[in-house]
Structures are given as structure tokens and as C-alpha cells.
Design a binder for this molecule. Sequence first.
Ligand SMILES: *Cc1c(COP(=O)(O)O)cnc(C)c1O
Length: 360
Amino acid sequence: MLFRQRYIGLIDRYKDRLPVHDDTRIISLGEGNTPLIRLNNIPALLQKDVDIYIKYEGLNPTGSFKDRGMTMAVTKAVEEGSKAIICASTGNTSASAAAYASRAGITAFVLIPEGKIALGKLAQAMMHGAVVLQIRGNFDAGMQLVKEVAEHTPVTIVNSINPYRLQGQKTAAFEILEELGASPDYHCIPVGNAGNITAHWMGYSEYHKNGIVNTRPVMVGYQAAGSAPFLRGAMVENPETVATAIRIGHPQSWDKAWNVQKDSSGWFDECTDKVILDAQKMLAEKEGIFCEPASATSLAGAMQDIKTGKIPEGSKIVCTLTGHGLKDPDTAIKQSGGEGSLITIDATLDSVRSAIMDHY
Ligand SMILES: *Cc1c(COP(=O)(O)O)cnc(C)c1O
């Protein structure tokens, strides 16, 4: 008989490990269960004997890992009777909040930094009918405002300071462990507010504590050089980077992430915008995997540390790709030479044939 169990979403999948009840109304779009793709070509280009896996979180319903946390946050908000949710966002949280709010039939208010959000993310928030408040300020200013306004207004914050967000996001670590059958040696991940690195460590630790796996990975968090408070050891007032999703100077999970670093014997490092964009292009060109700039920071950083030997040969490495490349078409087209670099020809057989021969 032909049968494949329908995948309903990560809350259903991990019900016994998440704070839900049997009668909880689950707000889901089928998030999670993302591919773990082993890189074929890049390790050879690095001339290093390493095993690199990509956890392709861009394949979640709204195109980023935020959906893992949002299904939990919105499910609990609805369970607790909330009629509206609110977040500050560099883009992906607003897209996810907007989608899950419309699914639940409640209102999403999103605060985004004017002019600093990738086009795809803005399109999503608008399309799902969120109330989009563009502020003349950056993410950190928006986050501060959200915290203050939520004290006096009946809205539930769905940023990663909402503990249900991290509960949902820890399931990415479960999936990795189940698929590899053991812990990777290193887990490399982009860091903005540092909620996701914290959530992954929670997930790894939960399976470790329950004896499902014997070891846990070394957690390595990478930031963009212009926006790297964990490297500076202090908040950054005017963060700047092409990787807008991690353009954050005041990480909300500051203490938690330092604990992850200590507990896992890991480290933080930074990548320049150029190195980030090169890694994004390399993934797209050499492996067929398209992620947004911030996401490529994990592989960019891993490659830096593989080259220096800080991540030694023989290692099994997982890099999280946090968001889909289609989120930020402007940056993608720009770094592929711009629309001016397209080959324009007459609509004739001769022109097509000679263009093919020119590039064969
Ligand atoms: C939110 C986000 C991050 C940063 O995650 P944190 O939990 O804030 O550290 C990285 N990349 C993308 C694409 C994101 O949307």
C-alpha cells in the first residue's frame, strides 16, 4: 500500500518535548523537517578533509528558521487568549509573525528599520496583512520600543525573548541528531540576537541529557564584522553590514550565548561583508544552494576556521543556513554583476547559437 505519513509540523512531531497540551490548538504551516545537505564540492576546493553539512532552514514555510519559533510562540499566544502579537524585526521575524498571525486569525504589528529590510521580507509582511510600522531607527531601537509598548498594551511579544520561540527552535538540533545518528563535532551558526545559537544548544543538551546521544558539538557563532558585539565584548551602537538579518548591536540573548560558548568550549568570530558575500556566491555556484547574505556567515566563518586549522581536518561540521536567498534579490543581483551584465541578443536562431558557442 502506498503510504507516507503526512508531515504536519514540528509541534506535532515533537509534542512530548514541547510545552503544549493534547487539546492545544496548534498554529502550524508545516515548518521544520528541513534538508541536511552534505556539501559535495566546497571541501575539495578548500583542499581539506572535512565533512560539511548544510541545515537548509531557508526551506521553512516563510523562508527562514524563524518559523520554528513562531509556530510555538503564536500557538501559545492564541492559547493564552492573545488577540495581537508584536515584534521588532530585521525582516524575517516580521515575515514569519505576519504569516502565523494570519493563520491564527489575529493581528501582527511589526516594527522594521526604515530602508534596511530586504525586499522579499517586506513583501511578505505586507502581503500577509501585518501592520507594518517603519521606524526611523535600527533594530535595537525597535526592540526597545516593543518591550516598552508591550508593558501597557495587550500584545504578545514574539521576538526571541519570548521563551516559546527558543523551545520551537531547539527542534532543529533534534533533527540534525536524528539524521546524523550522532552529534556533529562543530555547529557553525550566524549570530544576531543569539537566540538561535542558544536554542540549538538547548536541543543538543536535551538529547544528551536524555542519553539519546553521547556528545554535544562545539558551538561556533559568527557575526558580521561591522556588527559584532560578541567580538567587541560590548554592545555596538551603530551596527552596519550587508547581512541585514544580523545587523544587531544589542543582542537580546547576550548572557545565554556566552554560557553556550563556555559550556560547549566554543567561540565567536567575525566575517567581513566581502567574505560573507563570497561564501553566499560560492554556495550558489558550487553547490546549488541559495541563501541570504546573513545565512552565509556560518559557512564563511567555518571556511576561515577550517583554513587555519582551528576546525581540524576529519571534523564533521554542520552549518545552519538561516534564510532563503530569495529574501534579498537586490543583493543577489548586485553581486552577480547587476542586470547590466545580462546577455541581450536578437530573437534569432543564429544569435542564440553563437551565444551558446561563446559560452560553451
Ligand atoms: C534572525 C536571523 C539570524 C539571527 O538569529 P538570532 O537568533 O537573532 O541570532 C540570522 N540569519 C537570519 C537569516 C535571520 O533571519
